[in-house]
Design a protein around this ligand. Sequence first.
Ligand SMILES: Cc1ncc(COP(=O)(O)O)c(C=O)c1O
Ligand SMILES: N[C@@H](CCCC[NH3+])C(=O)O
Length: 463
Amino acid sequence: MSRSAHPAGPRHADVLPEGHYAGPPADLNSLDARVWSRTVRRDADGVVTVGGLDVKTLAEEFGTPAYFLDEEDFRARCRAWREAFGTGADVYYAGKAFLSRAVVRWLTEEGLNLDVCSGGELVTALDAGMPAERIALHGNNKSTEEITRAVEAGVGRIVLDSFQEIARVAHIAQRLGRRQQVQIRVTVGVEAHTHEFIATAHEDQKFGIALAGGQAAEAVRRALTLDGLELTGIHSHIGSQIFDMAGFEVSARRVVQLLTEVRDEHGVELPEIDLGGGLGIAYTSDDDPREPHEIAKALGEIVTKECEAAGLSVPRISVEPGRAIVGPTAFTLYEVGTVKELEGLRTYVSVDGGMSDNIRTALYDAEYTVALVSRTSDAEPMLSRVVGKHCESGDIIVRDAFLPSDVAPGDLLAVPATGAYCRSMASNYNHALRPPVVAVAEGSGRVIVRRETEEDLLRLDVG
Ligand SMILES: Cc1ncc(COP(=O)(O)O)c(C=O)c1O
Ligand SMILES: N[C@@H](CCCC[NH3+])C(=O)O
């Protein structure tokens, strides 16, 4: 902290939970490039801009709360993933992180494929022109309608998640006179270092078929005998918001081991493996994510090494990053409504959104940062909790953050790194109107998902 900028010292800092933030940042007005999207700057007049547009103008034109998505950053991240993996591998953007028709068009143009996990995501992808052969369908409980629609559309891949589904997809494909390309999703028994709710490769959870006990080998046996299916590979997704590559390496090793067993038992070399998504991003300055080229190199090397040792040809690798592409590209803009100082504790800063536009703090104890973006301030740092307007004391957006102590109603705050799993997990709790997503590029903002209206709410309520 710079004493000259904040002569009185931080307010309430002594109540910071141990091991949380070390203390207030040296300069509350600076924006750490790691957590903000590529084109975000603070102008000479102190107002933050994105894509050349200042947040005050954006708030006036599009209202608050709203998500502002930096299109240039999104496209650059797509290209970085594409280039890192090269033409010998495929990158499937995980649509669950955030999907809209504009996003589908950007992905199509940038050469990415798309992972969808519901009929709604599938219809969005097809409607916006993603070629069906570039779509993979996921889900632990796909309905007959979803499977039928995917097979009819000609999706390139259905990822099978259970024994029932192996039979179900085979039956539907056969009825439609098709041979559907499929992968089998396996659980490799890795405990990913992430929040319990978003780890998916340990055995005691709902996704996939366990390698342990020969379950996955049995699934392969069945899939290879069914006429409606063409088994092309094995899929593993170990969880989400992971920084440590070790889990991916163990997963790759175990998947290659299964390919070896399949070759030995059936004389078949499956040509593909998918190692899922899950790469972490920086939500705060403490996070240090891996770059796509590091990830591609580590995965490529481990798969090649294991295949060489087993005498297998190296399969085509695919990955499914969602958060790592869209997460850092957007921030949520809020207006401050009330400021309540609890003497000796902290200051509650209430904004005009909340857990309906960002459930991640309440659900996973996620950490975010926040900045005053409509002006600069030299006021002392104040330990704050940024909360929403919902009828719930757990309605917290940023649990512990330093804001200038003169923050006041009417100020604009922005929470960065909200591109993934915020709008896509938004709700209408308390009949909140879900905020719009505005794509900003080269000095202009364009609504790509409009704000909900009271009319929308009343139209759903059919009396
Ligand atoms: C099968 C699958 N692929 C990809 C992803 C995307 O994960 P992330 O957004 O963490 O990259 C998920 C979500 O965890 C998933 O379940
Ligand atoms: N929705 C979660 C991640 C789960 C990803 C999908 N399997 C999050 O916000 O972190």
